[in-house]
Write a protein that binds this ligand. Structure first.
Ligand code: SF4
Length: 208
């Protein structure tokens, strides 16, 4: 398999890039802008890799980092089995590493089951893209492609289940992208009512 950046290092943290596929097509997605983050190409030309390939890259790159984040150029939970195997390996061999999952919160719709209990002991923190305060704006900004008329409700449900399962959970929005009217206060209220923390990330021209 061609060498690809399945695991990469950025600002003192390790990131795991499992797929370029996503069930959203967010207008502000960095994938629309560029194919690298700080010089690291994150496009995967071949997604037929295994958890062992990811673990091998982790072992090559690991140098005492304390944080590992499943993130990359797509939705990590679309590779759920690999994600769980890699997280399990990291937790067993480096229990001091804190593991975060960055997700669009669609996994329970995709898999038609609650996947959150499956992540217990593997992931510590979960950051979910809330993106908007109502369904219409969510659909406009995120352009979701999942089988539901109420995708934002599903994302909120995922956040609630993440909180209930004991994960340190953050709901996030991106503001400052064109004229989209993301109501930060309302989104923060939604996050807090679900028991989650809230993060407002300013959109930057270079995508990070
Ligand atoms: S959820 Fe993330 S990876 Fe998917 S389109 Fe939106 S910003 Fe991009």
């Amino acid at each position: 398999m061609k060498e690809q950046n399945l695991v990469y290092f950025l600002d003192g943290k390790l990131y795991v890039n499992l797929t370029n596929a996503c069930t959203n097509q967010c207008l502000f997605c960095i994938r629309n802008l560029k194919d690298d983050v700080k010089g690291k190409s994150l496009w995967l030309s071949d997604e037929k890799f295994s958890a062992d390939d990811v673990i091998a890259q982790f072992n090559e790159i690991y140098n005492g980092e304390k944080d590992l984040i499943f993130c990359g150029y797509g939705e990590p939970t679309l590779k759920l089995d690999i994600l769980k195997t890699v997280a399990n390996y990291v937790k067993k061999n480096h229990p001091e590493i804190k593991i975060r999952l960055n997700t669009n919160g669609h996994a329970n719709v995709v898999y038609k089951r609650n996947i959150l209990p499956e992540l217990k002991g593997l992931v510590d923190d979960i950051s979910v893209s809330l993106n908007a305060q109502n369904e219409d704006l969510y659909k406009e900004i995120s352009q979701p492609n999942i089988k539901t008329e109420t995708p934002l409700k599903e994302v909120e449900d995922f956040i609630k289940k993440s909180v209930d399962a004991g994960f340190d959970t953050t709901a996030s929005v991106v503001t400052g992208y064109k004229n989209y009217d993301v109501d930060v206060e309302k989104c923060e209220t939604i996050a807090h009512n679900l028991g989650a923390k809230f993060r407002n990330r300013e959109w930057l021209d270079n995508g990070y």
